[in-house]
Structures are given as C-alpha cells and as structure tokens.
Ligand binder design. Structure first.
Ligand code: CP
Ligand code: NVA
Length: 305
C-alpha cells in the first residue's frame, strides 16, 4: 500500500489491518499511551473544499503521532493560480512526507500520486471518500463486533460517500442496499463490481432497501459543489429520508451512521438523528483514529506495514 486514493485499491486484508491498527491507536490514546510513530514527519493538507472533521482530525492525528501538519489553502498555493498539479506534486515531494488532498476531480488526486514521490491520501473527491468509510467500518465493527451477515442500507444521493461505502462494505463481506432516485444512482462501474463480488441491490424503494438492515446510512442531498442544484434536489429527494418509518423497516437494533455535516429534517429527521447521536459522533471520532492508522501505514517505518 503506497497511497490511499480509493478503497478499490486496497485488499480486504489491508482494510482489516488498518482497522486493527486504528483500534490499537484508539486504545493507546484513550489510556494516555503516547505513540510518536511519525516523529519529525510532515503532512501537507490541500483543501479545495470546506472541511471540519477531515482537517481537524488529520491535523490533530499528525500532532499525536509526533509529526506536524500544514494546512495548504488553494487561495495561498500557486495551484490556485494555475500551477499544474504535476509540478505541485514534484515540489511538495521534496519537502513533505505525505499529502492529504480534498478536491473535486479524482484525476487530480491520481495525478498527485503519479507525479509525486510521497504517499497521497484522498480526503474526499466528487468520486469517493475512502477515509470516511474506513471510519464507518471501524464504527460498525465496534457496535456489531463483526461484519459477518450484516446488511448496510444507504438512503439518499448515490454520491462519493455511497460509492466508497459500497466498495468498503462489499470488501468486508456485508450486504449493501442503496435506496436512491433512478437518476442519482452510485457510479455504474462500482455497482457492477459490487453485484459481481457480493450481495448488492439499488432500488428507488427505500423500504425495500431498509428491510432488516443492521446499519442505516445517509448523507446530504446536495454535496459540496452542487449548491446551485439544492432547490431542485430538495424536491427530488424529499422521500429519501431516514425517519421513524424507515427505522421500523430495519432491524430493531439497527445503528444509524451519517458522515456529517447533517441537514436535519432533510436526509434525516431530528428525532432519529438525536436518538442515534452517540453512534454518529463515535463515527466522527473514529476519523481521527483510522486516519492515524492510515498515516502510520503509509508514512511510518516498515514494522508498521
Ligand atoms: N465527513 C467529513 O468529511 O466531514 P468534513 O467535510 O467536515 O471534513
Ligand atoms: N457528500 C458530501 C460529503 C461531505 C463529507 C459532500 O461531498 O459534500
């Protein structure tokens, strides 16, 4: 494993190894055991879109690992004035030990990895959100103890988070059901791969999707970069909400996950969100632990590989 560009690049074993290391790092951090595994290393963080969780968890995580993180805004970088990503990659590789990037096009992340000579971590693109789903898998395993026989239902837009969830959950042997409008399905190639490699369905019938689910997941109706479509999307997605009726279709002990930020009374009701807040904020916390594991694997010494 040289980069984290998308979950499809990782084997199931590699994902489990990251989750195991994340559990260990979480235990150590909770018990005051220091783990300066990236002492003297620096992570550059390029953000072309807003962030609360990704920025703070990477920066804090790097600090806890004994290293440093640099927040690189496109407003300040020459990349914002048109310096090619290929050149940015080669320059940053001379200073840094790793790059985390949040941007629009997946191709930009792939180009950084191709032209640079240091590990690149995808902190969200329009195509996928691998760090988020590693944290989701960690949380699901904490609550359900194993992935065996579990069904995850995602309700809403077939977006970046849905794409990564499908890949991550199928790789862990879970069943995945997507409930989304006909014109807002996840990536076609990912759905094809999922159907060929596991138990996967995609339907506009949210109750069929939610039936007997162990995990109900949702995300905003309009992602970053789709702000102008918001009003139209509100009409199209109005029925794609996790509410009491949808919860009733799932298993009685189903957990709710949301990558956040959440829009209450849109993709999830206030009531369901607050009833499952512990699960959702554990999920947000696990971004920290799982990303520390990813950084140790990518930027640390060989014994952590
Ligand atoms: N879930 C997530 O990636 O949150 P941020 O946009 O706040 O980083
Ligand atoms: N789908 C959302 C996820 C935010 C973490 C977006 O891309 O804006």
């Amino acid at each position: 494993m040289n980069h984290l560009l998308k979950l499809a690049d990782l084997s199931s074993e590699e994902i489990v190894e990251i989750l195991n290391l994340a559990d260990q790092l979480k235990y150590e951090q909770k018990n005051g055991i220091e783990h300066p595994l990236l002492k003297g290393k620096t992570l550059g963080m390029i953000f072309q879109k807003s962030s609360t969780r990704t920025r703070v968890s990477f920066e804090t995580g790097m600090y806890q690992l004994g290293g440093a993180a640099l927040f690189l805004s496109p407003r300040d970088l020459q990349i914002g004035r048109g310096e090619p990503v290929q050149d940015t990659a080669r320059v940053l590789s001379r200073y840094l030990d790793g790059i985390m990037i949040r941007t629009f096009a997946q191709s930009e992340v792939e180009a950084l990895a191709e032209y640079g000579s240091i590990p690149v971590i995808n902190g969200l693109t329009d195509y996928c959100h691998p760090c988020q789903v590693l944290a989701d898998l960690m949380t699901i395993r904490e609550y359900k103890h194993s992935f065996k026989g579990l069904k995850l239902c995602f309700i809403g837009d077939g977006n970046n988070v849905a794409n990564s969830l499908i890949v991550g959950c199928i790789k862990m042997g879970m069943e995945v059901a997507i409930g989304c409008p006909e014109s807002y399905k996840p990536d076609a190639d990912i759905m094809k791969w999922a159907s060929e490699n596991g138990k996967f369905t995609c339907t506009p019938d949210i109750f069929a999707a939610a039936k007997d689910a162990d995990v109900l997941y949702t995300d905003v109706w309009a992602s970053m970069g789709q702000e102008e479509e918001f009003k139209e999307r509100c009409k199209i997605f109005s029925a794609y909400q996790i509410n009491d009726e949808v919860m009733a279709a799932a298993k009685p002990d189903a957990i709710v996950q949301h990558c956040l930020p959440a829009h209450r009374e849109e993709e999830v009701t206030e009531k369901v969100f607050e009833a499952h807040a512990d699960e959702i904020f554990d999920e947000a916390e696990n971004r920290l632990h799982v990303q520390k594991a990813v950084m140790v694997r990518l930027m640390g010494k060989k014994q952590h590989e």
